[in-house]
Design a protein around this ligand. Structure first.
Ligand code: UDP
Ligand code: MG
Length: 153
């Protein structure tokens, strides 16, 4: 099964939305394979957001992402990368559709609640960036048969 990397951003911690965001992933039937709190250094943010370092808003993005610790999660499920991106919604919370996490909880292009990997390749690189192998867990929730048909697992 596929895994994707999610970061609950400082805005989510500050606004006490951590539980509601995690609840959405669990209710969908996605599996938490890893979860921890950490502070993101500027060096790590420069690596993670390498595609944005030359953009004028980059210093503001670094400030925003390091104002509190974040919660990083490895989330597993069939087609998890695509499913979680769809649940996340468009980058700008004002453009994100209602029903998506950003669409329901954000009014901002920067303070947009979560990061989610945008491809399988990014998911693999980002999972390695934030988790050591022994911080990731392989287990089968007992409700698996109610969440997937046997030929979907
Ligand atoms: N961002 C921003 N202003 C912009 C574009 C992006 O502040 O004009 C921030 C925003 O927090 C976004 C992050 O930079 O989530 C990464 O941007 P990306 O284009 O990768 O969007 P995402 O993959 O998060 O939807
Ligand atoms: Mg991105």
């Amino acid at each position: 099964m596929e895994s994707t990397l999610v970061i609950l951003k400082p805005s989510t911690i500050q606004r006490a939305l951590v539980g509601q965001v995690i609840d959405r992933f669990q209710k969908k039937g996605l599996i938490i394979a890893g979860i921890k709190m950490m502070r993101l250094s500027e060096a790590l943010l420069r690596e993670h957001y390498a595609h944005l370092v030359d953009r004028p808003f980059f210093p503001l993005l670094v400030e925003s992402m390091s104002i509190t610790p974040v919660i990083v999660m490895s989330i597993k499920g069939r087609d998890a990368v695509e499913v979680v991106r769809a649940m996340t919604g468009a980058t700008n919370g004002r453009k994100a559709l209602p029903g998506t996490i950003r669409g329901d909880f954000s009014m901002s292009g920067q303070e947009n609640i979560i990061h989610a990997s945008d491809s399988l390749e990014s998911a693999e690189i980002e999972t390695r960036r934030f988790f050591k192998p022994d911080e990731l867990f392989d287990y089968t929730p007992s409700l698996m048969r109610s969440m997937y048909a046997p030929d979907e697992i």
